[in-house]
Design a protein around this ligand. Structure first.
Ligand SMILES: [Zn+2]
Length: 285
């Protein structure tokens, strides 16, 4: 699933092209991905987008009439802008296709048969409702130690699922949760409210550095299209289980937890302890 760095790089790259020409015709959307019918998509015909931005994992395209097109790619959705001079994708079977008056297009697709992507056109009130409850943006300057403390102390949560919880902090998924906790040298299963002062400082720095660096790299590697295999992002830990830790050369281990594979370094993060697969231990009891 795309996360904050690649989604932020994407909206920055889309911001200019999307404003170049007005939409022409009614966008076509697969019935399973379109989650709204008021205001209708036909309202986009002849109108211009005024910009592209992101909140959490939502891509937001503002329209000149005050509405906003929202797109959540979930795990398998992809979206890209195709310039007028480029070959235009056919758009048959596309989750969403928006044509522009200058010949360009914005096309979203989703691999597999299940359509999980979510697209909708929202009024300002509708959008506020959609985004209500999302946690703070971790790269926003207002996300400081006090803001992190509020997230950690809200309840005793294990760090890895807490970082992925969009209501706690917005935009992080399993890949960057792995990267951040390794950079902070904290156990994925540590209880949030028990992380000491030094650990909290390391965690805040790791969140900023890891996401900030990944955003920079994604901006260099990506244009206004999300790469099909999501391979623009720099990952040192995620999907590197079995390989040497980039910090200490110990073998990176993994544990499966709630459908997610958590990768960690036992020497850097868990004081040498191997984390037990909870599903396995339950089965063995
Ligand atoms: Zn290590």
């Amino acid at each position: 699933m795309p996360e904050l760095p690649e989604l932020e790089a994407l909206v920055r790259a889309l911001d200019g092209p999307l404003q170049a020409a007005p939409v022409t015709g009614t966008p076509t959307a697969h019935f399973a991905v379109l989650k709204t019918f008021q205001p209708p998509l036909s309202g986009l015909d002849g109108r211009r987008f005024t910009g592209a931005r992101r909140r959490g994992k939502y891509l937001l395209f503002d329209v000149e009439d005050g509405t906003t097109l929202s797109m959540h790619l979930m795990s398998a959705g992809r979206v890209g802008y195709h310039a007028p001079e480029a070959r235009q994708p056919k758009g048959t079977g596309a989750a969403l296709r928006i044509a522009f008056a200058d010949g360009g297009s914005l096309v979203a697709t989703e691999g597999g048969t299940k359509k999980r992507m979510r697209v909708g056109l929202y009024t300002a009130e509708g959008l506020a409702e959609l985004l209500d409850g999302l946690g703070p943006e971790p790269l926003d300057p207002s996300f400081d130690r006090a803001a992190l403390d509020a997230v950690l102390d809200a309840a005793a949560h294990r760090l890895h699922p807490l970082l992925r919880d969009q209501r706690a902090v917005a935009g992080i998924g399993r890949a960057f949760a792995n990267e951040i906790l390794h950079a902070a040298q904290l156990s994925p299963f540590a209880l949030s409210d028990r992380v000491d002062d030094a650990g909290r400082d390391r965690l805040l720095e790791a969140i900023r550095d890891t996401l900030g660096h990944a955003l920079e790299v994604c901006e260099q590697r990506m244009g206004p299209q999300l790469p099909a295999r999501n391979d623009a992002r720099p990952l040192r830990i995620h999907k590197h289980e079995g390989e040497p830790c980039p910090r200490c050369a110990e073998t990176l281990r993994f544990v499966d937890y709630e459908e997610h594979r958590i990768v960690y370094c036992p020497r850097c993060q868990t004081g040498g302890r191997l984390l037990a697969d909870r599903r396995m231990s339950r089965l063995l009891k």
